[in-house]
Design a protein around this ligand. Structure first.
Ligand code: DX5
Ligand code: ZN
Length: 215
């Protein structure tokens, strides 16, 4: 599996250095959580910060939008240097238009589902996306417990993609650590987002390596 450290759990006063730290420790993607205080009850970073930390690594920036109107902000995050932009099916922008807008900026699009949203909610978009992100916690905060009962959704989406010969990354986000990564691997996950599991680990490289191995 790939490991995507979530900057939500890094030291925000030195975000650039924190990115370099996980880059050196074996990270595959850098996961950036954008929250607007409406879609989720928390506020985090916007395009200015994404742009400021962009020069610190060449790894792909995986920007996870937890905002009501993702379509209105695609240009801003594209200009800031996003490589992948994922947004929620539960958000208020038109899904097809938002996917098209992301693609038109040369960025890889992805859809995210919250714990209460069924796997089937993304099926009609599978041929248009690069990644599907299945939340394994309620979005909004780092450090919550992994919801293992979300993994059957990963397997179902993976099987649907296989049935239709589609290559789509399956990503999970929330409560992933070296302890929970094996269950994710068994379910067919390709990319593990991990905030506290990586940034709060005693040995960053060991934590990333264990998550990637998934054993
Ligand atoms: C939660 C965010 C996650 C969060 C994960 O809304 O989408 O990316 O940072 O943090 P951990 O790994 O600590 O659960
Ligand atoms: Zn996230």
């Amino acid at each position: 599996m790939k490991a995507a450290p979530s900057l939500l759990s890094c030291d925000f006063s030195k975000m650039g250095e924190e990115i370099q730290r996980v880059d050196r420790a074996g990270a595959d993607w850098i996961h950036l959580d954008v929250m607007d205080g409406h879609f989720v009850p928390n506020l985090t970073i916007g395009p200015a910060i994404v742009s400021a930390v962009r020069p610190y690594t060449r790894l792909p920036f995986d920007v996870h939008l937890m905002i009501d109107y993702p379509l209105d902000y695609i240009d801003s995050f594209a200009d800031a240097g996003a490589d992948i932009i994922t947004f929620h099916v539960e958000a208020k922008s038109d899904i097809k238009k938002t996917i098209e807008k992301i693609k038109s900026r040369g960025i890889k699009p992805g859809l995210v589902i919250k714990p209460k949203t069924p796997a089937e909610a993304v099926y009609e978009y599978l041929d248009e996306v690069y990644v599907i992100l299945v939340m394994t916690v309620e979005p909004g905060f780092g450090g919550q417990s992994f919801m293992a009962d979300m993994l059957p959704k990963v397997t179902a989406i993976k099987e649907e993609c296989a049935r239709r010969s589609l290559e789509v990354y399956l990503e999970v986000d929330g409560g992933i650590s070296e302890k929970t990564a094996p269950a994710a691997a068994n379910a067919g996950v390709d990319v593990c987002v991990s905030g506290t599991g990586i940034f709060k680990a005693k040995d960053t490289a060991a934590a990333i390596s264990a998550i990637k191995k998934g054993i």
